[in-house]
Design a protein around this ligand. Structure first.
Ligand code: GSH
Length: 213
């Protein structure tokens, strides 16, 4: 498999963690977003939406959307499971994942920050305030939920990492770019730290990628 991705992309980090947890080897193809490598003709043939990551399977199939790809990997390579088997626990794991993937990441994506800069005059400080606002909205709610939920363990759901932790871990790395501390969210900080000591997570972190700057 070839992972078409970028070290700083949090959706790419999600996929790298999932591949590592499953023990699946892949070739790393880097697309520097600031240089618009993801808008090249070559990449747009892989994903017409011009977004990373794309997972190219051995038969040339291009898989898009990090959560869809992770669920595909989980079905084809079931061990270790990245979603709980119990339907209720599975729904809760997905809910945390979607809180980040649907309610934080799309608002803070590079193209959104570039759009509010170019179209609405948002300078670096305004972009940071925007990014921080959307993180805080969801992280505060997640912290409240995780601190209260009986199923919260070492990780978001129990004591093994799931899709929820994968999304949490990648988003916290994204937050670091804007200097957002975790002080107000101690349960999230604890879960991030529990992930970060695992090789599968740490190895997937942005600074540990071949294209890291
Ligand atoms: N929902 C998609 C989002 C993919 C996405 O937005 N990727 C970002 C990097 S994290 C990207 O390619 N951004 C390029 C841009 O904004 O121009 C997924 O989960 O795969």
């Amino acid at each position: 498999m070839i992972l078409h991705n970028y070290f700083r992309s949090s959706t790419s980090t999600r996929l790298r963690v999932a591949l590592n947890l499953k023990g699946l080897p892949y070739d790393y193809a880097a697309y520097p977003l600031r240089e618009k490598a993801h808008k090249s003709h070559d990449f747009l043939r892989k994903n017409p939406a011009g977004l990373v990551p794309v997972l190219e399977l051995d038969d040339g199939t291009m898989l898009l959307q990090s959560l869809a790809i992770i669920e595909y990997l989980d079905e084809v390579h079931p061990e270790p499971a990245l979603l709980p088997a119990d339907p209720l626990a599975k729904a809760k794991a997905r809910a945390y994942a979607y809180m980040i993937a649907c309610e934080v990441h799309p608002l803070n994506n590079l193209r959104v920050l570039q759009h509010i800069a170019a179209g609405y005059g948002a300078d670096a400080d305004a972009q940071k305030a925007w990014f921080t606002h959307w993180v805080a909205e969801t992280f505060q709610a997640m912290e409240t939920m995780l601190a209260a939920a009986p199923e919260t363990g070492t990780f978001c759901i129990g004591d093994t990492p799931t899709l929820a932790d994968i999304c949490l871990y990648a988003q916290v790395w994204n937050n670091k770019r804007f200097g957002i501390p975790l002080d107000n969210w101690p349960t999230i900080a604890r879960i991030f730290a529990a992930c970060d000591v695992l090789h599968a997570f740490r190895n997937a972190a942005p600074p540990n990628q071949p294209d890291a700057e």
